[in-house]
Design a protein around this ligand. Sequence first.
Ligand code: LLP
Length: 426
Amino acid sequence: MSGVAYRRGELHVDEVALPGLARSLPTPFYVYSASAMRDRLRGLRAAFAELPVRLFFAVKANSNLAVLRTLHAAGAGMEVVSGGEIRRALAAGVPGAAIVYAGVAKTADEIRLALEVGVAQLNVESVPELERISRVATELGCAAPIALRINPDVAAATHDKIATGRKGDKFGIPFTEAGEVYALAARLGGLRPVGLHMHIGSQITDLASFEAAYRRGADLFRALRGQGFALRRLDLGGGFGVRYADERAVTPADLARLVRRCTEGLDAEIWLEPGRYLVAEAGMLVTSVIYVKDSDERRFVIVDAGMHNLLRPALYNAYHAILPLREMPDTVATPADVVGPVCESSDVLARNRPLPPLQEGDLLAIATAGAYGAVMASDYNSFPSASEVLVDGARWAVVKPRRDAEAQFADEVIPDWLRVATPRSG
Ligand code: LLP
């Protein structure tokens, strides 16, 4: 049994019943299904079997070492955006040759690290970055494999804050300037220009957005080839939308058909960088009800998870389904606001959500939380962090322990001059 489902009235992740798990671990905790992640990767790979495709997991979606290891063992490379993510990938056992490195603000140190570990490709976002990579690579005496990230000026149908391919977004080089910049890359020392990259945004379910961008990328690829540049790779990024509520999620078959159509006759290796698609539905955030506050106006279900654990609802008004850990078939659902403990009015996980009667101590799972959940957490308000648990079949392990306040402030320092006097209170 793989993935998330109710069995015998209890919510399970693979073969592990969550009410039982919640007796062993304090809430809140994230729980991930390794088999669900592998299934998603397998599905994507199978759909693209006929095309020369390489898949890189976008580490930013879930950078836990155990998750990276699971996906790498199943055949995925890694897409990273910082020196820190390079180090995470290496620590998870991923070799440099299976890493592609993007990001708008690469420092000389980060570029040096990337080149020393031999990343497969650096995706370049600007001319000054291109020049810096050239300098660092020349110092190291190597040739950096680079692809230009182009900004195709396509407004993807998604939330404004996660669209990245419009002219006004900070990402990439305007596609109208790409020819010139590619020529510069070919002239500069220390560079081996091998292709083009793009990524137009995240949680995109409208294939037309992808089509517009992919066609733009493929046309440019052909044009540059025509000018004699030896491009080999077209990296189309990620962004494949999943089902949080009633969206029509992107299917691997639809996507593969689209990529084939847009890259027909291109004779290029196609790279893809899915993040959310591989892990979102494989993860949940388990939380306990602390209080139920009923007023004339509203029912507030106050839980121990909040925006400090899962920022997406507060930041993007994102919808996450909320499921009781024990099925409650003969109850009537009434609307409730599910809110966290943080002292912010925006700490709302769900507004007006039909939920069964709930009381203190009841357990809930916030669904589709495997992507952009734990990675975006903070220590705000000094509540304990959510631990992370990986399930694989009947096995489970804590893959990141909970950090309580003492652990959070353990490295903070009271300077000498504040140590001398005992403060007077009041
Ligand atoms: N490649 C690049 C260059 C990216 O910037 C991203 C995501 C991806 C791949 C993976 O995109 P995905 O397949 O996961 O959609 N925090 C937001 C999402 C931000 C995505 C940033 N870039 C959220 O919670 O919705």
